[in-house]
Design a protein around this ligand. Structure first.
Ligand SMILES: [Zn+2]
Length: 98
C-alpha cells in the first residue's frame, strides 16, 4: 500500500482509516437498532415506544452510513506525527520520487 503524505507537516507516517471503520459502525448501529426494536416490541410498557424510537433512529443512522460508504468513496487519514486528520481518496498511483 502506498504511503499517504500528510498535507500539514509533510510526514509519511500516516494511518488510513479505511471502509472497515464505516462498515463496523454500520453493523453495530444495525445490530443495536434491531435489538432495541425487538426489546421495544416485546415490552408492553409505556417506555416501549421510546425504545422503539431510538431503535428506528439507530437503524436510520446505519442506513445513512451504508449509503455514505458506497456513495462517498473517501477514506479518513490520520497523521501519526502531528495528529492532523483529513479525508480523501486513495489513488492507485504509485508513489513517485521527485
Ligand atoms: Zn502531519
Amino acid at each position: 500500500m502506498s504511503q499517504i503524505q500528510c498535507s500539514n507537516c509533510n510526514s509519511y507516517k500516516t494511518l488510513s482509516e479505511t471502509k472497515s471503520y464505516k462498515i463496523k459502525v454500520t453493523t453495530w448501529c444495525f445490530i443495536f437498532g434491531l435489538l432495541l426494536y425487538y426489546m421495544g416490541y416485546i415490552n408492553e410498557t409505556a417506555s416501549a415506544g421510546f425504545i422503539m424510537l431510538i431503535a428506528v433512529c439507530l437503524l436510520g443512522v446505519s442506513v445513512v452510513f451504508l449509503v455514505f460508504t458506497f456513495t462517498h468513496r473517501t477514506d479518513r487519514f490520520k497523521c501519526k506525527s502531528c495528529g492532523y486528520k483529513w479525508e480523501g481518496t486513495i489513488t492507485n498511483d504509485e508513489p513517485k520520487d521527485i
